[in-house]
Design a protein around this ligand. Structure first.
Ligand SMILES: Nc1ncnc2c1ncn2[C@@H]1O[C@H](COP(=O)(O)OP(=O)(O)OP(=O)(O)O)[C@@H](O)[C@H]1O
Ligand SMILES: [Mg+2]
Length: 243
């Protein structure tokens, strides 16, 4: 089957720092792939490049068989790629419902009008915010703001969902709910690339892992193999493997 997403030689520098260094990987439809790596290894930069928030210095990104590297973020979203941010970014002056409505209005269906209110409320319900339609995001707990962000991403009806540490900071009960929610999205057919540090989540959700260190891909494959890879262990222990 053709890849849903293919990345070849993706490179992005910040001044002298090569944050993403000749990265290549692909994701097949229906996969749940974990993107791992120590702090500062370039994971969020990869999501920024995929979603069009940043442009690459070189390399190629193909999504649904289209080269998207030069497209603006909103066009990429309309093609069916949605993301959440590591630091949540709701539209603070709009109610939770209206935050989700913006996703519906600017997404693939460009849905607008009376009927979409119900759709927005269903999406809020889906992420566990069924009662929060009229609430302002600033009144939500941090975790509920993350839920809101996921609802807004889902409003785009994504084929590929990029999650940046969406499960970080959840208590054990919330983590269990969060994992079940992500698994449900996968069961529904959404392909998922998740940047994550929570090992329980990685083990229970991901069919495949990609591991980065200092901008480069150092391992990829089945979770149990990758997590036992000496280079991966070294990267996580902070020794970048001069040995
Ligand atoms: N806009 C920017 N300007 C300059 N340097 C940046 C910028 N964004 C990221 N970097 C640098 O690029 C490197 C990779 O950062 P990135 O945020 O992608 O890492 P990460 O793997 O997501 O880390 P974390 O696990 O801490 O979220 C870091 O050294 C970071 O300081
Ligand atoms: Mg990050």
């Amino acid at each position: 089957m053709n890849a849903l997403l293919a990345v070849e030689g993706l490179t992005r520098r910040f001044g002298g720092l090569v944050a993403v260094d000749a990265l290549s990987f692909s994701i097949a439809p229906g996969e749940v792939v974990g993107l791992l790596g120590p702090n500062g290894s370039g994971k969020t930069t990869v999501l920024n490049l995929l979603s069009g928030a940043l442009k690459a210095d070189s390399g190629r990104i193909t999504f649904r068989e289209q080269a998207i590297g030069r497209l603006p973020a909103h066009r990429i979203a309309q093609l069916g790629m949605a993301r959440t941010f590591q630091l949540v970014r709701p539209l603070g002056s709009l109610s939770c419902r209206d935050n989700v409505l913006t996703g519906l209005a600017f997404g693939r269906d460009r849905a607008w009008g009376a009927g979409v209110r119900t759709t927005a409320d269903e999406l809020l319900d889906r992420v566990g915010l069924g009662q929060a339609g009229d609430t302002l995001p600033g009144e939500l707990t941090y975790i509920d703001q993350k839920r809101l962000e996921l609802a807004r991403a889902l409003a785009l009806k994504p084929e590929l969902l990029l999650l940046d540490e969406w499960l970080a900071g959840l208590n054990p009960t919330e983590l269990e709910q969060g994992i079940a929610l992500i698994r449900g999205l996968s069961d529904q057919g959404i392909t998922i690339l998740l940047v994550e540090h929570v090992m329980d989540a990685i083990r229970s959700l991901c069919g495949r892992l990609l591991v980065m260190n200092t901008g480069r891909l150092i391992a990829s494959g089945l979770p149990q193999q990758v997590l036992a890879d000496p280079e991966v262990v070294r990267a996580y222990l902070g020794d970048d493997g001069d040995a």
